[in-house]
Design a protein around this ligand. Sequence first.
Ligand SMILES: Cc1ncc(COP(=O)(O)O)c(C=O)c1O
Length: 387
Amino acid sequence: MYAARMSRLSSESAFFVLAKAKALEAEGRDIVHLEIGEPDFNTPQNVKEAAIRAIRDGYTHYTPAAGIPAARKAIADYVSRTRGVAFAPNEVVITPGAKPILFYAILALIEAGDEVILPNPGFPTYESMVRFAGGKPVPISLREELGFRLDTKELETLLGPRTKLIILNSPHNPTGGALSEDDLAAIAEMALDRKILILSDEIYSRIVYEGDHHSVVSLQGMKDQVILLDGFSKAFAMTGWRLGFGVMNASLAEKITLLMINSNSCTAAFTQMAGIEALEGPQDAVAMMVAELNLRRSFIVQGLNQIPGVTCCRPQGAFYAFPNIKSFGIPSRVLAERILMEGGVAVLAGSDFGSAGEGYLRISYANSLENLEVALRRIRDVLTGIA
Ligand SMILES: Cc1ncc(COP(=O)(O)O)c(C=O)c1O
């Protein structure tokens, strides 16, 4: 009954576990939510006001498919400023959330048999979309001993005549790892030599705890070879607004606009106006969020490392901890299920993000310190019962 391509599309366990945790709550259970990847902060007030003003001012109609010119310009300026490379508004496509950029870029570029390098563990949509488009996912393992970075020498061995695209995600979901400037330089050199495109998912670019965010697009000669994905969901606590963007060469931007025309038509007008305020208005709310997340990072990493049998690397960015639970000898899905059912804490299995995630849990620490404290106690109780 369904088209064969549908069997190649997979889901995201975060939404599945969230639904299950909510069902337990409806039965009266007390659940701490550490499964879904979204900041618990409120969208900054100035951004909300800008959206309300925009609705009052009549931004309630269709906009050009790639975005309102002033919003495309604000994004081009922002990316030029933060990545140190000049971008023009016609190199920007605004989408409802950043996720459609993955969908569209892969649909626009990948043909049957094309190979796409993607991180393992990694954001599940990458592999799902590559398969959907008929491409072949080629996973590269992220290694705990490298702070969950990839090994660039290993990457080189995976590149072949069919490699069309490399997907990078730094800072990274689900591990919180980040690629170093040396990693990016080595990857850029390989991509330039072989004319391989890079899709650089930088949705966590504003949530970096040590040093600055580094982008592969900033490197010499890379501008036209990189599709940069970023957005407002994580940086400005705007997950429900659905506002993201891609920045790429103007020719690809036209193709992606065509996909927008055939799917969404455009991104909601007033959210685009709010996006201008988010980028150009005061940034103190972002700084406050990152400072608070940094406290939570220290708290959760320290707490996890104090649980016998658990070790946890210090994440460099995003708001995920990826503790190693291999010593329990239990598949991570089973362990995550027991932590939910017995402990009332919703976490994700590392294996939901790819085979190299087996033996880990993904914990989103974008939750209050009080809730994290309760969660740590409950996780400890479940795990000591197993050990
Ligand atoms: C790595 C990564 N890329 C992209 C996205 C999508 O972001 P958006 O909510 O803006 O579509 C997410 C959201 O969880 C993510 O973790």
